[in-house]
Design a protein around this ligand. Structure first.
Ligand code: ADP
Ligand code: MG
Length: 867
């Protein structure tokens, strides 16, 4: 680094030292400049030209810059890639400054605090998360700076934390000194930016945010989170809400793998919204509604009464088409109240935002009216919050013109009649300008020069201009000469200068007063923020409910009932709503589902591509939709209330997403088995594919047995291990179902129909044929298959050593050979013999034992105690 630096570079370096992990955008006139390493890296990332300061000297300083009016663009690019940007402004007018201009960082913009200005992400939240760690638990808090939403929870283990972070799609996590290195290492795998906040700020916002919290871990997380906002934003955060403490177990738990595999909010193949449950359900008209829908998908309910509440309102909206249409119409006029309010609080609101706020509020009375018409009690709570906040509407209406400019510093904002003082300035300006127009006319007549004109520029102010050709017509001493151009001469008069002063003075005053008035209006609106936020929440909820009603009507969904007593699932003619929407409902083959006490685990077999995975996902989506309070895709649906959904997708399917390994699959399966309860739903899709056949099959069988004996969760288990279908002989709550296919002319036709019993044949080779593989190859495969089947039949050895069950890899066509049963009489004797410690026995002991065995074999039986 330079030994001898200029005062400016000294200032730069001093500031940069405080923000080592951020790009420092250093304001220099009309540009934000970057220096040293920031410049080198910034130039590359932002495609800027890298230049240098002190070009002549040996101590060249790399430098690049962006124009101030386009800075937002560049900030977005950097922050989007996970960097931070510190905005360093000139804190005084350089013209008035004595010595170095004072500069300060006014905001640190980070991925988690970026308040997006664009419309593209309107329906997404941007959550900044904070983590605190103690011996017993983690405190996890998150905030959306643009809306002020703040929530907190405590979690007992790191995997729950990871789950929550993924589900929130957080881009940045704030850590305090309590977080251990081990935790940080785990978090690193999530590719989330880790920021540190060691101190707790004493600002009022912190005290407000933590009101009502009692859990120490939650308190610590919220304190550090809000402190981080204060340190980075450096402005009031009036819109920040009090932290709401939530328990993830109060909602249907969807682990990360379920969220991904079920394509709830992001299509696992494309990463887009299209083809997801969110995409299917989203008929919301407002950005707020869109965000709440997203939140509801993330957290379906557990409480039957709360679900019925939502269902009830959906039903009312569904049955009253006219009112629903009216409601939708009103909603389309409501802008993003939450973010508008956020901008009022953060101080970056402009005149246009206020007009949007006003327009939105103007539609609330009508919205209220429609809901009142529909209300039979179901909407009472919601109606309470549908407050039109008319004082704010009135204020904006009186104060702000209908079409204000984007800037708030150049005037043109305030409506005439709002401020007497301002009106006077305006009049002075108009009068002055009229006077000048009159003067121009007057002078043309007096001099006879028709081309004479009065102009204005920033340097000379108002002037009278006469072209060279007419100069001789200007009477002596009529004007003072001011400026000579090539083709014209410019003059002034004392009166003109006097008027100019008046006009310019009024203009300056006008602009300053308008700005001041705007600030006052903003402060007044700030006082209404809590009411506006409650209104926004009510509107959002209404929007989601009408969206449910609309989707349910269009999709001909049915209102599900819940069997909380027996927890049984009976779905008649259900379908996968997303796939049906994509391929067309007529094309979709509906299917029944029965998961009952007798059929607690369904073992699903059938050829590749027959619809096993689709069937399982259909069940999960139906459950999620139902517990969100929406109708479900079926003719009739009675459902249990599930507490958790786990999905484990085998390696074969996961390869498409390109991320899972067999180890991960096993870890996830383990998490499911150890966390699931009898009220959980498990989806195991082709588990065991990622390892050797026997290995995988043994695991699959053991898992089924384990679920059957210990977990008792409702389970859908699809498999290509045909042998597993024989398990129904030992496991009374296991049922076989299969997805049908028929062969016609050597070709395979998928019926997509789920029927009782196991599939009767493996269709792999036919599928290969369907795929167009060369005929000789198919022929050869058939020969190999026959050979394999023959060997398997002639080899009775038990491949799965861990169990006593015989499992052959290939099942004979029909009927399956009865498997050798264990002899109940000899088996215990053989076992005993195996474990016998011969060397520790006397001859008499051995004799006695032999006698006992003989008795047992002859059917006599011997009391164990006598031996
Ligand atoms: P599997 O898991 O048995 O290999 P999938 O569930 O992946 O099969 O289904 C393969 C394809 O079959 C799906 O992409 C879908 O287009 C179609 N499909 C599945 N179930 C149905 C159904 N019930 N009706 C119509 N098409 C279906
Ligand atoms: Mg599949």
């Amino acid at each position: 680094m330079a030994k001898k630096t200029t005062p400016m570079m000294e200032q730069y370096l001093a500031i940069k030292k405080q923000y080592p992990d951020a790009f420092l955008f250093y304001r220099l006139g009309d540009f934000y400049e970057m220096f040293y390493d920031d410049a080198v890296k910034g130039a590359q990332l932002l495609e800027l030209t890298l230049t240098a300061r002190n070009k002549q000297s040996k101590e060249k300083v790399p430098m690049c810059g962006v124009p101030h009016h386009a800075v937002q663009n560049y900030i977005d690019i950097l922050v989007d890639q996970g960097y931070k940007v510190a905005i360093c402004e000139q804190m005084e007018d350089p013209k008035l400054a004595k010595g170095m201009v004072k500069r300060e960082v006014v905001q640190l913009i980070t991925p988690g605090t970026l308040v997006d200005q664009t419309e593209t992400n309107a329906k997404d939240n941007n959550y900044l998360t904070a983590l605190h760690e103690s011996q017993e638990a983690f405190g996890l808090a998150y905030v959306d700076l643009s809306t002020g939403e703040l929530q907190v929870t405590h979690l007992s283990d790191l995997s729950a934390v990871v789950n929550e972070l993924i589900s929130l799609q957080t881009k940045e996590v704030v850590l305090d000194e309590s977080v251990t290195a081990a935790t940080k290492k785990q978090l690193k795998k999530l590719h989330v930016l880790q920021s540190s906040q060691l101190q707790v700020s004493d600002h009022a916002e912190v005290g407000f945010a933590i009101q009502g919290l009692t859990d120490q871990n939650e308190l610590a997380a919220v304190k550090h989170l809000v402190s981080y906002l204060i340190v980075t934003q450096k402005r009031a955060l009036t819109h920040l809400k009090r932290a709401v403490s939530y328990t993830p177990t109060a909602f249907l738990k969807l682990d990360h793998s379920a969220v991904t595999n079920l394509d709830l909010v992001k299509n696992s193949r494309t990463g887009k919204k299209a083809g997801t449950l969110l995409w299917l359900l989203d008929k919301t008209k407002t950005a707020m509604g869109g965000r709440v829908l997203h939140q509801w998908i993330r957290r379906p309910l557990l409480d039957a009464a709360a679900i019925r509440d939502r269902q009830e309102r959906v039903t009312i909206l569904l049955e009253n088409f006219m009112e629903r249409s009216a409601l939708q119409e009103e909603l389309t006029h409501v802008y993003d109240l939450e973010r508008l309010v956020g901008r009022v609080a953060l101080g970056n609101v402009n005149g246009r935002d206020l007009v949007q706020l006003r327009t939105s509020l103007e539609h609330i009375p009508q919205l209220r009216h429609v809901v009142t018409e529909l209300d039979t009690g179901a909407f009472t709570t919601l109606l309470k919050d549908l407050d039109p906040v008319s004082d704010v509407t009135d204020l904006i209406h009186r104060a702000i013109v209908d079409d204000p400019p984007v800037t708030i510093t150049d005037g043109g904002l305030i409506r005439p009649g709002y401020s007497k003082q301002l009106d006077e300035y305006t009049e002075a300006m108009t009068n002055g300008k009229q006077w000048i127009a009159d003067l121009e006319q007057q002078e043309r007549e007096a001099t006879g020069i028709n081309k004479l004109k009065i102009g204005f520029n920033r340097v000379f102010g108002y002037y009278i201009e006469v072209s060279r050709a007419h100069l001789d017509k200007v009477p002596q001493d009529r004007y003072h000469r001011k400026q000579t151009l090539v083709n014209a001469e410019r003059f002034i008069t004392p009166e003109l200068k006097e008027k100019e002063q008046l006009i310019l003075g009024a203009e300056d005053h006008d602009v300053a007063l308008e700005h001041q008035l705007f600030m006052e209006i903003r402060e007044q609106i700030k006082r209404a923020i809590p009411r506006l936020q409650r209104l926004a929440a009510a509107v959002a909820q209404l929007d989601v409910l009408q969206s449910f009603a609309t989707v349910s009507e269009e999709g001909q969904f049915v209102r599900p009932t819940f069997d909380t007593q027996h927890q049984e699932m009976v779905i008649e003619q259900g379908w996968h709503p997303v796939i049906a929407k994509v391929i067309g409902t007529e094309e979709y083959v509906p299917n029944d589902v029965q998961l009952t006490r007798d059929a607690q685990i369904l073992l699903i077999t059938g050829p590749n591509m027959s619809g096993k995975s689709t069937y399982m996902r259909q069940v999960a989506l139906t459950v999620i939709m139902a517990q969100m309070g929406c109708y479900v895709p079926a003719k009739k649906a009675q459902l249990p209330l599930f507490d958790q959904i786990f999905t484990r997708i085998g390696a074969a399917d996961d390869l498409i997403a390109g991320n899972s390994t067999f180890m991960v699959e096993m870890q996830e399966a383990n998490a499911a088995l150890s966390n699931a309860t009898a009220n959980s739903l498990l989806l195991f899709d082709e588990l065991g594919r990622g390892t050797a056949t026997y290995d995988g099959m043994a695991l699959a069988q053991a898992i089924i047995e384990y679920v059957h004996e210990h977990v008792h969760a409702k389970t859908l288990f699809s498999t290509h291990y045909h042998e597993l279908t024989q398990l129904t002989a030992q496991l009374p709550h296991l049922k076989n179902v299969h997805v049908g296919a028929v062969e016609r002319d050597g070709k395979l036709i998928f019926l997509h129909k789920v029927a009782p019993g196991p599939a009767d044949k493996s269709y792999g080779i036919h599928v290969a044929k369907l795929a167009g593989m060369p005929a000789p190859l198919i022929k050869r495969a058939n020969v190999i298959l026959q050979q394999l089947e023959a060997t398997a039949d002639s080899k009775p050895a038990d491949p799965v050593a861990a169990t006593d069950e015989q499992l052959s890899l290939f099942v004979p066509e029909t009927p399956p050979a009865p498997r050798p049963q264990k002899d109940p009489v000899t088996a215990p004797i053989v076992d005993e013999l195996r474990q016998l410690n011969l060397m520790g026995m006397t001859p008499l002991d051995a004799m006695n034992l032999l006698y006992k065995w003989q008795q047992q074999l002859q059917g006599g039986g011997v009391d164990d105690k006598n031996s």
